[in-house]
Each structure stands twice: as structure tokens, then as C-alpha cells.
Design a protein around this ligand. Structure first.
Ligand code: G1P
Length: 297
């Protein structure tokens, strides 16, 4: 019997060094696309997919994340007194039901696999989702919801997948495809950040996963892999060695790599343009900037 996926792990322990000096005092996940922190996009996507329990794997210096999801009575009272009901409504999405959110510390930076493993006791014996908040996906139907619906048919474990140019393979987990069924591919192997000429395909893993609880046992057993870190990719690959099904899911939507400055800027522009309150003016501004640049060349 397939079980519903109600728990999601958000690995948010990374130092965010690519965004220094900003991340010296602000967790990367609190950085905003327009006016919402990256983590808010991840939480909204999880909620849309039916997730009820949110597990954050954090580290030192990530306190702003806990405050963000806490009720701020003072702020709420002030807004209420001033009749700012629209802002109160905006704050609602940042509130969590009591007990719905848990924070676990990753005491050592041993990699994504280790971060996920830190949440093993909270996951217990249930399938669970993992969302990497760096990967922001704009989609009509949120990516994780697309995957949960597909997973209800397939079971096993499932990773979001996307074609990437072969020279980018060394930045991703790459899939070795057993059978390509279009939206869903069945997978016979996975390699973390291979050199371009050793990638088994051009299908890359993007930061959305639905995983069998067995992955936690695999994480217990595996050695350090690429980058001398405990890799989630290796623990998923172990599933196939033990004859359990793993699928890649070609999601529909636009993915932004907000772990890089270029990706973050692209997402900022795209989300700004998509906002009804800002889009028209912003678009005019961008067009005039481009025209100016072209004229100067
Ligand atoms: C992680 C995973 C990798 C995956 C990527 C997607 O890598 O280890 O398999 O392809 O996320 O964004 P990171 O980008 O954290 O180095």
C-alpha cells in the first residue's frame, strides 16, 4: 500500500558562502525574491503538495528562520490596530500550526545526505519529501504537487529531473536512464557531479525528492562520495542496487538556480515581471534599460 507523503525535509544548514557578505548575518534562505524569502516559496510548494510536517535541518546562525515562522504578536497587534488587514493576511502564510514545524541541527557540514539523515527519527517509517530551497520552480501546478500525483501511481522513490547541457553535468546529480516514458523515466543509476564526459545522460536531478524511508538506512551505510561529502544521490543509487524502483520526473515549470548569483537575479526579474502590482512598470523600466544599453554600444 502506498502511503501519503505528509513530511518534508528542508536542508537549510548551508553557509551560503556564494552570497557573502550578505550571508554573514542573513541566512541565504531568508534572501528575498521581490518580497518573499526563498524559504517561503519552498513552504508554499510543500503545502500545495499536502505536506503537514515541516522539518528544517539547520545550523548555527539560522535563528532568523525560526523567527520567520513564529507568530509575531506585537507586529500583528500593531497591524490590527492600524486596520492593515491586507498585511495581516500576507503574514498568515508565515504562520505554522503548533507542532507542525521542527528544527534539527546538523552539527557538522558533512553534505546533503548527512543533513537529510539528521532528520531520520522525525521521518521514522514514512515516505518523505525533500525540498532544496535554492531551486525555485515557477509552475502553474507546483512541482512537488506534480510529483506527489505521479508518485501515487509509481511508488518507489522519485527525483525531479531536467535536461541540462553536458558541460553542466558536474554541478548536478545525473541520472542513468533505464526506460524513458516521457514525463516519467525509470532510473538504473545515479552519479553525483560527474565530469561532463562521464555523465550517463543529460538528465539532472533538481532539488525535489520523494523518498522511501529506506533511504535513511542507506545513508547510515554509505561512505563519503563526491566532494568528500555524504551524498543523497549515493543513498538513492543504493536503492537500485537493492532492486527498488527509482524514477525521475520531468516536471513542467521554470527552474531558477537561486544558489548562484546569476540564477537569483534571473528569478528576481522573472518574479518581478510576473507580479500584477509591479510587472507593468518594471517591464517598462527593463525595456528602457535595454534600449539605453543597446544605444550605448
Ligand atoms: C544538490 C544535489 C545534486 C542536485 C542539486 C540540484 O547539489 O547534491 O544531486 O543535482 O542539488 O540543485 P548542490 O547544488 O547542493 O551542490
Amino acid at each position: 500500500m502506498k502511503r501519503r507523503v505528509t513530511k518534508a525535509i528542508f536542508p537549510v544548514a548551508g553557509l551560503g558562502t556564494r552570497f557573502l557578505p550578505a550571508t554573514k548575518s542573513v541566512p541565504k534562505e531568508i534572501m528575498t525574491l521581490v518580497d518573499r524569502p526563498l524559504i517561503q516559496y519552498a513552504i508554499d510548494e510543500a503545502r500545495a503538495a499536502g505536506i503537514k510536517e515541516f522539518i528544517f535541518v539547520t545550523s548555527r546562525g539560522k535563528g532568523a528562520l525560526e523567527d520567520y515562522f513564529d507568530h509575531s504578536n506585537e507586529l500583528e497587534n500593531t497591524l490590527r490596530k492600524k486596520g492593515k488587514m491586507d498585511l495581516l493576511e500576507t503574514l498568515k502564510s508565515t504562520n505554522m500550526d503548533s507542532g507542525a514545524i521542527a528544527y534539527i541541527r546538523q552539527h557538522k557540514a558533512l553534505g546533503l545526505g548527512h543533513a537529510v539523515w539528521c532528520a531520520r527519527r522525525l521521518v521514522a517509517n514514512e515516505p518523505f519529501a525533500v525540498i532544496l530551497p535554492d531551486d525555485v520552480i515557477a509552475a502553474e501546478k507546483p512541482c512537488l504537487q506534480q510529483m506527489v500525483e505521479a508518485y501515487e501511481e509509481t511508488g518507489g522513490s522519485m527525483v525531479a529531473a531536467m535536461e541540462v547541457p553536458s558541460e553542466k553535468a558536474s554541478s548536478y546529480g545525473m541520472l542513468d536512464v533505464k526506460e524513458d516514458m516521457g514525463t516519467i523515466v525509470s532510473v538504473k543509476g545515479m552519479v553525483e557531479k560527474p565530469p561532463a564526459d562521464e555523465a550517463p545522460s543529460n538528465l539532472a536531478v533538481i532539488g525535489r525528492y520523494i523518498l522511501s524511508p529506506k533511504i535513511m538506512q542507506n545513508l547510515n551505510k554509505i561512505d563519503r562520495g563526491a566532494g568528500d561529502e555524504i551524498q543523497l544521490t549515493d543513498a538513492i543509487a543504493q536503492e537500485m542496487n537493492e532492486d527498488r524502483d527509482v524514477f525521475g520526473y520531468r516536471f513542467s515549470g521554470q527552474r531558477y538556480d537561486c544558489g548562484t548569483k546569476a540564477g537569483f537575479l534571473q528569478a528576481t526579474v522573472a518574479f518581478g515581471l510576473a507580479r500584477p502590482d509591479l510587472g507593468p512598470e518594471f517591464s517598462e523600466y527593463l525595456e528602457s534599460m535595454v534600449a539605453l544599453r543597446n544605444a550605448a554600444q
